[in-house]
Write a protein that binds this ligand. Structure first.
Ligand code: HDD
Length: 716
């Protein structure tokens, strides 16, 4: 019975949560420092010199220390994941808010307050393991719940829709997206001929392509990114009643994007930007959180949605079916070892627990084959489920035998079933009510290689997405299409893409076409193979939840750069620092040189970063304090000028005090309409300090001020 089982996660006296998974991993941890030995335990006498025939002579074959060390090294690499190769992970737990017993019998969703250990891996879909974090991409959001009934893997993504409807197209999609095989370019980018060729010929990919060109593909942080289970699953309760279920992860820190220019530059400046952000937040005790939610639709009531729930290129607007909050995910611990944990973890959408079942989504059905197959190759055989990171925390016993790297030592003669030897009685595990029970769906259809006509609507949700974007988000989308298509070398591909886009929105297609010197042709698109006339009737015309420009969100862990030079006045700075610090916003002092800077009152202000080695890209906002000499030196420093201009161009809040205003004037930034677009200007009046700090906080909470005009005129 669920009630009698212990929590899989417990609080220690220090308040930190130790999960059952953590306890299970502990015996596998190896000391960071110890006597150096060979893998077989022999103490290594000299780790610097190989065995030679004389001090200047050749190496000897006999040197097993050299041979073993080199052999071990030569085999350090395993194949990277065929997609989602670049990723980073963290440990944590999932805590249920209240019982979902009405909908599902899944044990981890029964008792309010129950904590289940998890391991989460975020990843980029397109790039190779050595690519960059901030590229324009769909991101993987894979969660392994170590439940008391076995592992449940929710192998999701940062978009709620996918590019294709049927798994048989997955290799084609991936081959089109990845570097072109003849020259191996481009890395981690969709801006090339083969990807857009595929999209132009597969109108079902239009909706996901819209997401890829939107701000959703440029998250500020994984901690500020939504996740989705994408497919429709099914919840089954103890009476066998089923509901369709779509999973959502909502970040506590809000949903935020970065500017495209910023993302591109960051890919060079700090390719590890997202993994560093996650790692540092956890190290500093700011455990990121997401809320798990589900959209539930009663079986039999799905027809009213205006599209087929089994089609993974579609979402359920949250305004039509609200997301029911289920529980929270907390990531509180970084892995001990990236390879042993993050690289060897094996997620599989086929890992379900009783009470959660698949739907007949043909993309999901194909995935059920692909993951185990991929992992057998990647992790050298079928025994990877015994690796510490993959092992369930509940007891397990199966008759799988042998294979490479068998870690456990199964006892006894029996590895088959039925058998009469183990318990002394003949035993057959079939037909019982325990464990996973598939929903007893009935089928009477003929075997066909064909899609349902209900999958024919390829555009209405792409239009819904477009209509739901703010004006600034629409501009970003248009720019992204222009950028990507301008990189496509074959004119006919560009033309086909914008022809298709007329069926999303004529204005969108025209705007993109204008920059490319092309006129979109709706009729040409409709005449091509693969095009379907069908347009579903959706219950809403816009869905505000699809836009990222929403209300302000918590500012915890945002980073503010404070630009200073000798002679800086720190009166206002101290107050602002204090107000921001109370909200866990970190102010970092940036100056021309490391060390310290003399303030106007003769104190020494310690410098955290120097302008030569940091950039506005790694900050969320900029603060320029007052001080005549300080402002003069900043105006004369090209790096400082660039720093502020770039932050302004990326729509980050900029706050200038007193003489700092000179800097704005020199930059040509119009400070006459302050606040509204996130530029705050203040005289050095002490009475203004606290209100200014609060206004600055509000501007940071809004994250980005995308409405700024004439950004193209900014030289940065
Ligand atoms: Fe997949 C990895 C998510 C469709 C085949 N996929 C992988 C990962 C994520 C997703 C998050 C990385 C897991 C990790 O961190 O280790 N995949 C998705 C989503 C999809 C999707 C959200 C559509 C809704 N995938 C999909 C299809 C297929 C695959 C249709 C094949 C039929 N995916 C794989 C794979 C990977 C993988 C090749 C690479 C390595 C691995 O699984 O273990 O099997």
């Amino acid at each position: 019975m669920a009630q009698s089982k212990p929590d899989a996660a417990r609080r220690t006296r220090s308040g930190e949560t130790t999960t059952a998974k953590q306890k299970q991993l502990e015996p596998h941890l190896q000391p960071a420092e110890a006597q150096l030995t060979t893998p077989d335990g022999l103490v290594v006498p000299d780790n610097h010199n190989s065995l030679r025939a004389g001090a200047r002579g050749p190496a000897l074959l006999e040197d097993f220390l050299l041979r073993e060390k080199l052999t071990r090294f030569d085999h350090e690499r395993i194949p990277e994941r065929v997609v989602n190769a670049r990723g980073a992970g963290a440990h944590g737990w999932f805590e249920l808010y209240k019982s979902l017993g009405q909908y599902t019998r899944a044990d981890f969703l029964q008792e309010a307050g129950l904590k289940t250990p998890v391991f989460v891996r975020f990843s980029g879909f397109t790039g190779e393991r050595g690519s960059a974090d901030t590229v324009r991409d769909l991101r993987g959001f894979a969660v392994k719940f170590y439940t008391r009934e076995g592992n449940f893997d929710l192998v999701g993504a940062s978009f709620p829709v996918f590019f294709i409807q049927d798994a048989i197209k997955f290799p084609d999609l991936v081959h089109a997206l990845r570097p072109e095989p003849h020259h191996g370019m481009p890395q981690a980018s969709s801006a090339h001929d083969t990807f857009w060729d595929f999209v132009s010929l597969m109108p079902e990919s239009t909706h996901a392509a819209m997401w890829l060109m939107s701000d959703r593909a440029l998250p500020r942080s994984w901690r500020m990114m939504e996740g989705f289970g994408v497919h429709t699953y099914r919840f089954v309760n103890a009476h066998g009643a089923a509901h369709y279920a779509k999973f959502h992860w909502k970040p506590k820190l809000g949903r935020h994007a970065m500017a495209w220019d910023e993302a591109q530059k960051l890919a060079g400046l700090d390719p590890d930007f997202h993994r560093r952000d996650l790692w540092e937040a956890i190290q500093r005790g700011h455990a990121p959180e997401w809320e798990l939610g589900v959209q539930l639709v009663e079986e039999g009531k799905a027809d009213a949605l205006g599209f087929d729930l089994l089609d993974p290129t579609k979402l359920i607007p949250e305004e039509v079916v609200p997301v029911l909050p289920v529980g929270k995910l907390v990531l509180h611990r970084n892995p001990e070892n990236v390879f042993a944990e993050t690289e060897q973890v094996a997620f599989n959408p086929g890992h379900l627990v009783p009470g959660i079942d698949f739907s007949h989504d043909p993309l999901l059905q194909g995935r059920l084959f692909a993951y185990l197959d991929a992992q057998v190759a990647r992790l050298s055989g079928p025994n990877f489920s015994e690796l510490p990171i993959n092992k369930p925390v509940c007891p397990f016993h199966h008759h799988g035998r042998d294979g490479a790297h068998r870690y456990g030592i199964p006892r006894g003669a029996v590895a088959y079933e039925p058998n009469s030897l183990v318990s002394g009685s003949e035993f057959r595990a079939d037909g019982g009510q325990q464990g996973f029970q598939s929903i007893a769906d009935e089928f009477e259809s003929p075997k066909v290689r064909r899609r349902s006509a209900s999958f024919d609507d390829h555009f209405s949700q792409a239009t819904l997405f477009w209509n739901s974007q703010s004006p600034a988000e629409k501009d970003h989308l248009v720019c992204a299409f222009q950028h990507e298509l301008a990189r496509v070398e074959t004119p006919a591909i560009r033309q086909r893409v914008i022809d298709n886009l007329t069926h999303v929105d004529a204005k969108l297609a025209r705007k993109i076409g204008d920059a490319l010197g092309l006129v979109p042709d709706a009729k040409a698109a409709a005449g091509r193979p693969g095009f379907r006339e069908h347009r579903g009737k959706l219950p809403v015309e816009t869905s505000p939840s699809l836009s990222l420009e929403s209300a302000a969100s918590p500012v915890t862990t945002r980073r503010v750069a404070v630009l200073v030079a000798p002679g800086v006045e720190i009166g206002a700075l101290k107050i602002i620092q204090q107000v921001l610090g109370e909200q866990q916003v970190a102010c970092r002092i940036v100056a021309a040189q490391m060390g310290s800077v003399a303030t106007s009152s003769g104190q020494q202000l310690a410098v955290d970063h120097c302008l030569q080695t940091t950039s506005s890209l790694v900050f969320d906002a900029v603060l320029v304090p007052g001080g005549a000499a300080h402002a003069k030196s900043l105006v004369a420093n090209g790096r400082a000028v660039h720093f502020v201009l770039e932050a302004y161009r990326h729509c980050k809040p900029v706050c200038v005090i007193g003489d700092g205003v000179e800097l704005l004037a020199t930059l040509g930034i119009d400070a006459r309409t302050p606040s509204a677009d996130g530029v705050l200007v203040s005289k050095a009046d002490p009475a203004e300090r606290i209100p200014l700090a609060q206004e600055f906080l509000a501007a940071i909470a809004k994250h980005r001020h995308w409405g700024r005009a004439k950004l193209d005129a900014v030289i940065a």
